[in-house]
Design a protein around this ligand. Sequence first.
Ligand SMILES: Cc1ncc(C[n+]2csc(CCOP(=O)(O)OP(=O)(O)O)c2C)c(N)n1
Ligand SMILES: [Mg+2]
Length: 622
Amino acid sequence: MNFFAKGAPDSPVPVAAQDAAPSFVPASYPLGIVPTPGGPRPFVPASYPLGIGPKSKAEPELTDGFHLVIDALKLNGIDTIYGVPGIPITDLGRYAQAEGIRVISFRHEQNAGNAAAIAGFLTKKPGICLTVSAPGFLNGLTALANATTNCFPMILISGSSEREIVDLQQGDYEEMDQLAIAKPLCKAAFRVLHAADIGIAVARAIRAAVSGRPGGVYLDLPAKLFAQVMDGEAGAKSLVKVIDAAPAQIPAPSAIKRALDVLKAAKRPLIILGKGAAYAQADEAVRALVEKSGIPFLPMSMAKGLLPDTHPQSAGAARSTVLKDADVVMLIGARLNWLLSHGKGKTWGDAPKKFIQIDIEPKEMDSNVEIVAPVVGDIGSCVTALLDAMDGKWQAPPADWTATINAKKEANIAKMASKLMKNTAPMDFHSALGALRTVIKERPDAILVNEGANTLDLARGVIDMYQPRKRLDVGTWGIMGIGMGFAVGAAVETGKPVLAVEGDSAFGFSGMEVETICRYNLPVCIVVFNNDGIYRGTDIDPTGRDPGTTVFVKGSRYDKMMEAFGGIGVNATTPDELKRAVDAAMDSGKPTLINAVIDPAAGSESGNIGSLNPQSVVVRKK
Ligand SMILES: Cc1ncc(C[n+]2csc(CCOP(=O)(O)OP(=O)(O)O)c2C)c(N)n1
Ligand SMILES: [Mg+2]
């Protein structure tokens, strides 16, 4: 079958109507584009359906928009696309697959987008998400915006409808001015109208996504672009291989000196590692800086494992103490946003604080509080420069500071230990997480995906991480729905086993992708913390008419969903059962979903962030 043939199964437009379509090629043809009146023409013999195979010397080599997009991505080392097929990008996916790119098809674009975003975080190459026009584009847009907020490099490539009709608002198939809508939600947005511009557009998109502070980029490709034909040689010449896509940004020596002067004078110093530090893949330099300085460190959620949580300098188990009492705080790739209470207020105590901040984005400085020593540059260059400028023998922080932290840590760890040991049914969060904590201890190279409220906040505290970039979660927005997209992206990009620890509500946002996980036979083990609802399973409708707003069907069996697609489903009611089932899944690598039965009364409202809920002062007591 020739996919260029008119009336392909995907197309709702009758062949005759396609033939009658107006010519779209402008009067002057830039760079070797040849007009193709009446739409796409097959340019390869019917016996070579995917445009590959020997070409006759006599025929001029031609290429088109489809193949230029693929060639431009391949030239820049892009080997995987995450997406959902449909008009006008179905054939793009097929051809990309035929040309050796791995194309992972999802059930919903948001999940494909999340997979692309996490691929970007894990590899420092932009993850690619491919969507259809309007509704598909919008479905992918949440992931693009979330990637931008979290500084993950990704490119959302979306097909779009005909410009002439969209701009005159004449009601085209899936009409939408996608470029305008994407622009405020990402780092950069581009549209390509000529096949000869595809090379430069892909290059711009890649550079925009990964350089400076990484983020999401939108690339709008109108349907007609794909079938535009141009001379093969001119097409090849139009491609651009991006050189040094994310150039090092070296900090000023004066900024390094200023930062070290502040750090040296500290009595109670603290280092906070953010996911920017994890992204940088400067693991050895970060570790060397922390260890040479002797300063206690606190990892943000996705920076856990950059140094092991069991490291003697980890202050993770004494978080509230160190935030309150530190006098100098050095932020490495961490922002002073809501997750750090904006660097002020009760969390940070009354003692005056000085902040040193290392970040690639100059605008980050002084965003919430004064930064006395801004160090602007990429994390690797900044951390290396700090290390180089530290004296041969750096004075360790005062012993009374580290002793206070250690005492607090030990007390908190001991308090938690007994909660983790219980082996009762139904489980509570701690007893179930105790089992999973052991799994990750025994398999430190597994990737942990985590979302939910209690399921998230408690897992973050309980499950120690040992290696960088192994904990992937809801990030800056606390967004539900990243679970299955992140799990698929992580499994595809790393080949490592993935353990997805999911609240039952959180799982529901992307749960249909269990079919995708089975289809691609990915080593993903999902544990659904089933407490019958959002936060708890105990809410009621005061009128008695409907279920409470936060509860789900009681006693649901999420494990059956996995069985429906040939994966393994397990219902686990005790920590021992849970541990055995996860171990079996990790050993076999088979797609598995474990329904972990959790006491519906165990959770608290909004997990650890209940205080962010506004309170009504006029609520009527009946
Ligand atoms: C996209 C999105 N929609 C809604 C929310 C609000 N929200 C926060 S946590 C949560 C679900 C919590 O329930 P569950 O995942 O079951 O976790 P549990 O606390 O029960 O363990 C919801 C809906 C959100 N964060 N993101
Ligand atoms: Mg729940």
